[in-house]
Design a protein around this ligand. Sequence first.
Ligand code: 13P
Length: 223
Amino acid sequence: MIIGNWKMHKTSEEAAAYMRAFLPQVKGFKVGLAVPFTALHAVQNDAVLIGAQNMSDEMSGAFTGEISCAMIKDLGAKFVLLGHSERRDVFQESNSFILRKVKRAQEEGILPILCVGEKEGQELERVLQEQLKGISGNLLIAYEPVWAIGTGKTAKPEQIEKAHRFCKGLLGKKTEILYGGSVNSENIAEIASIKEVDGMLVGGASLNPDTFAKIVHQSGRKK
Ligand code: 13P
């Protein structure tokens, strides 16, 4: 599976225009898009898996400004990104808070994609161990080294393999792990060929439908 993460980009009109250009180009590929809450209704379709980029750990109630799992499901989301490094850093989301969201998503029957990854200079194993504490059950992991996000730097194949193997060691060999961090049309082929990589999470390079469609083709991830 190759998933685009639009982050905080695109109005619903822009999202609909994107889909008109993108869908005909990616027939037969295993592809998903994590879009803003406000674009979920505009991207509904049968071919590309649609997801949200966050959700509340609570079911409902007095939580002004929050969006629940039932709400994103209602708009067609089949997965939800949780614990993205931007949520951890900019919005101070803690491991225990993110764990509650993962459990909520699993209880409500939507696939959580838990993002993990170390910052520059941090010890990889220690960080992954903390971020994956208490995590089990049906989910995907996205390994995104924080220093590789939006920087144009990608982890070396050995580093990616080591991190993915470590996560699989903690969660079970069958756990699927996506790699993210400055994935683009230049490096996708090499990343996709790494043995432990089950898919990719693409940020900036997913914003243009033609560029992302090209990356999807290069990834070779067919249905
Ligand atoms: P970039 O591909 O822009 O580095 O972003 C990666 C990311 O954060 C995907 O979730």
